[in-house]
Design a protein around this ligand. Sequence first.
Ligand code: SF4
Ligand code: SF4
Length: 374
Amino acid sequence: MSSVDLTAEAQRQLRICTACMYCDGLCPVFPAIDNQHRFELSDLSYLSNLCHNCRGCWSACQYAPPHPFAINLPATLAAVRQQSYADYLWPSALGRAFLRPMLSIVLVVGMALLFTLTAVLLSTSPAALLTGDGSPGAFYRVLPWPLMAGAAGLSLLWAVLCIALATLRYWRGIAPPLPAGAILRALRPALSDIVTLRHLGGGGPGCNDVDERPSQQRRIAHHVMVAGFLGTVLSTITASIYHHSFGWLAPYPLTSLPVLLGTGGGIAMLAGIGGLLTIERRADKQPSDPHEVQLNVAFLILLGVVTLSGLALLGLRDTAAMGGLLILHLGLVFGFFMALPFTKAIHAPFRAAALLRAAAEAQAAKRLPGKRRD
Ligand code: SF4
Ligand code: SF4
């Protein structure tokens, strides 16, 4: 469907929903469209990212196919959401490429190969790439610290810069005409919605993750994966403190904080990724957009491969495979961060921005006499 047709179709369905409002209470999309009859492109970008794809309105809708109204809000908003990513990504030129999920995989593999080649060329002793003894400083005998830190820092900086600029562009596109005070007051409730993934609760009983039965599976799997990711971030931070503040060189003992956090985080990430992939595989395909499914799966597989390479390095660090695994893991991490702004990861800041607008509008409505909703 062309973007013009998609816009017209989303506007048509939302106008029917506005007249119906049977699903009011399922999620913040319905309060946001209440009494609205015109939906500009910016409104569609906002609403599509406010939708958490819980599918509650699909299961509840009396106008879903085969009814002639053919309402399928989750699938339509998912398609509009992909369009919003492409419209606001930075650099803009890469926005179109984002529409091809395979690109992120190719980008990560390409960057990992580039890193490997650079590591081999810069290595003072190629033999060191095939050794491993697990003693302090062993990692740096394979790869010099400046190369490790430089590649990690460069790729992280690139990811943060691209995601921040894309989010800023998106926010400018959807920002409500409210005073700054109203936006600031909305930060707290919006943050609460973001951290708890409240809207993956489908208004209380849960999402229709797989079929019409309410479930909290996706919400739980998502929480587990994010908690695991935070564990690995904390592991990196503590390792950095060990290195720079105490002069203790990696690899660290199995009972050390960086290793415990990294191992626990990695296992939790794999559990969350496995849960989300299973839900994606079993889910009813009708209320979904095939392109979004591909983006989800590509992102989860990439994240899983990076996590597995980290755990493999941990498990085999005392063997001759350590050198190769270290280069593989760092190459994958480098590639992953370089590709991150063009993967499904962009949904997180865009959804956060949409939730901030929803919270700000709810706060503003509360202050107007005769207005309802929160
Ligand atoms: S999804 Fe269907 S039932 Fe729900 S508000 Fe829209 S038209 Fe009404
Ligand atoms: S799929 Fe869920 S979050 Fe999206 S519009 Fe329907 S009820 Fe709201």
